[in-house]
Design a binder for this molecule. Structure first.
Ligand code: CU
Length: 350
């Protein structure tokens, strides 16, 4: 199972439709019989960018985001999974690696930890599709509005003239019996700055550092799955009870001998038991540990956790507040090209 959370996304300015192409548009196919909704966005023209990564980084400031229109969800459902495809005008499959990263947000639900729009699904170039076991599901009621954000990156030597993003979301009916257990993806950042792409980065002096941030959740529940995102020389991230110091969960970096982080462990906390229980409004800590064996500071590192949370009572999940300044800043960040600085952010559950 992959659950991927990509908080901030955008796409190259170059990925604009050809003048000769119709403007990119969003089509939604609701297939009740197949218990699927397919969202298609395109066409996009993707000029070859080659393998020059430095050039890519230099151009980033010039990049703008690509996004779908708002898609109103058609039925009361439990989300079960998704399948992402990149296709050409004839429906032929292209390399999924053309999509550098992507996310779908639900503007009508708030995140667990922050009062910002909920990241329902997402992924990076290397990530796969997701399928949850039928005993759990992400509750998604009719009328919620979803929006996809994504960034293309054509690192081949060949221009592509009409590329489409095709996302198929599978679901179970909302009245299904027995009722699946409600689970919601969540994330938390040790340096949370809503809407300010890049501001959640910090530096690590020689010798290493431990960075701590406090957080609360507005609804009690269990941590079922936990993973995270660290840059090179990252060691671990743990969740502690702020009062007792008890360690509730911990993820660790998979590193090469030279400190390169290949990924962060995925802890199936709810596999053999209910998983650690978080209480509403109790203080918890996210503790991010970096080693730094070099003689210079590590710059611009990050520490993010993410996973699946099972609320005790999903009806207690607070309503989204679109007037909340953090909500507005965060959403504006999605819509702004500057968030592209975050391009390499977060594969949460590898
Ligand atoms: Cu990062």
């Amino acid at each position: 199972m992959y659950i991927l959370l990509l908080p901030l996304l955008a796409a190259p300015l170059a990925a604009r439709p050809f003048d000769s192409l119709p403007p990119a548009r969003t089509r939604v196919a609701y297939e009740p019989a197949g218990r699927a909704v397919t969202i298609t966005v395109g066409p996009f023209r993707l000029p070859a960018m080659g393998h020059d990564h430095d050039m890519m980084m230099m151009m980033m400031d010039e990049w703008a985001e690509d996004r779908s229109d708002l898609v109103t969800w058609p039925a009361d459902t439990w989300l079960q999974g998704f399948q992402l495809r990149v296709v050409d005008g004839a429906g032929r499959e292209l390399s999924r690696r053309l999509l550098h990263h992507w996310a779908v947000i639900d503007v009508d639900r708030r995140e667990l930890v922050y009062p910002v729009a909920h990241r329902v699904m997402g992924g990076g170039a290397e990530s796969g599709d997701v399928r949850l076991p039928p005993t759990v599901g992400v509750p998604l009621p009719a009328g919620h509005r979803l929006q996809a954000f994504f960034m293309w990156h054509n690192d081949s030597d060949q221009d592509l003239e009409a590329v489409y993003l095709r996302l198929t979301i599978t679901w179970l009916p909302g009245n299904l019996q027995p009722r699946p257990a409600p689970v919601l993806p969540f994330w938390a950042d040790v340096d949370f700055h809503p809407g300010e792409g890049g501001a959640n980065r910090y530096d690590v002096p020689p010798g290493g550092s431990t960075r701590v941030a406090e957080f609360t959740v507005p609804v009690s529940g269990h941590l079922l799955v936990l993973s995270g995102h660290l840059h090179d020389y990252g060691a671990s991230i743990r969740v502690e009870d702020a009062q007792t110091g008890e360690i509730l969960a911990r993820v660790t970096a998979r590193r090469d001998a030279d400190g390169t982080v290949r990924g962060v462990s995925r802890e199936l906390l709810g596999l053999w038991g209910p998983g650690p229980h978080l209480e509403a409004n109790r203080r918890y800590l996210i503790v991010v540990v970096y080693d730094n064996p070099t003689r210079t500071p590590l710059t611009g590192v990050m520490g993010v956790i993410g996973g699946l949370f099972q609320p005790d009572d999903v009806r207690a999940w607070p309503a989204v507040d679109p007037t909340n300044p953090d909500y507005q800043r965060d959403l504006a960040g999605f819509l702004r090209a500057s968030t592209v600085a975050m391009a390499n952010r977060t594969r949460m559950l590898p």
